[in-house]
Design a protein around this ligand. Structure first.
Ligand code: 1GP
Length: 230
């Protein structure tokens, strides 16, 4: 069987763009899962489920409700190890490379292992870079790390490349949920030009124009959350 990661690699190599809709389990009404799925764009290729902090049990409830009505792959995008849920399809195994808080570089990952050991989740190592999106993001607040200013292009490119050399299979450029401004086209382009792995971009992308700019700059997959919150 083709892995979810292989599908992402194939899409990236063929220039077929992916769109993930991010669902925050704390803001998601499970009884409206079917209606929600009818409202998201028909081009959606993935559902991401997660949030910076999520009440225990809500992630599993959201995944199970979505599974009833869709065959789209459900990827966990967890803010902490408590959100790891075996009923999803894949897990973005994130390491917050933009920060220097060991807890989010490796601590949470170690804590997740007891849940992962016997699960069938496809685990995809993902370098996660938080960039300044103009306002304080939940990620910055919860992880107690500073985002990299978007003016620091060299640091951003070097961090992404370090992540790839450390073995990341995906790289995620994040401006933070509800960012005032998304990751700039120049940054997406510069990072894409040095990476051999698929590039995910999210945070503050609210409309068609911003999404198309991200794709044209080199994003292989765009993540949109706030725009589809009910
Ligand atoms: C947040 O990148 C995602 O982790 C999505 O951000 O909610 O701003 O679309 P938005």
């Amino acid at each position: 069987m083709q892995t979810y990661y292989q599908t992402l690699l194939d899409c990236a190599s063929k220039g077929r763009k992916c769109l993930a809709i991010l669902i925050d389990p704390d803001k998601f009404n499970t009884s409206e899962a079917e209606t929600f799925l009818k409202k998201i764009p028909s081009e959606t290729t993935h559902l991401f489920v997660g949030g910076s902090t999520v009440v225990n049990g809500h992630t599993e409830a959201a995944v199970d409700a979505l599974k009833k009505y869709t065959k789209l792959p459900i990827f966990l995008f967890p803010g902490d190890y408590s959100q790891v849920t075996a009923t999803a399809d894949a897990l973005l195994f994130l390491s917050l490379l933009s920060g220097r808080n060991a807890e989010y570089l490796v601590g949470q990952q170690v804590k997740s292992i007891s849940k992962l050991r016997d699960s069938d989740l496809e685990i995809i190592s993902t370098g996660y870079l938080l960039l300044d999106g103009g306002n304080q993001s939940a990620v910055a607040r919860i992880t107690n790390t500073a985002p990299i200013p978007q003016s620091e292009l060299e640091t951003i490119v070097d961090t992404a490349l370090a992540g790839q050399y450390m073995g990341a299979k995906l790289m995620y450029l994040e401006a933070g949920s509800g960012a005032e401004f998304p990751v700039s086209p120049a940054i997406i382009k510069a990072v894409k030009s040095v990476l051999q792995i698929p590039l995910l971009v999210g945070g503050g992308i609210r409309n068609e124009t911003q999404k198309k700019i991200a794709y044209a700059s080199g994003a292989d997959l765009v993540v949109m959350g706030t725009a589809f919150e009910t």
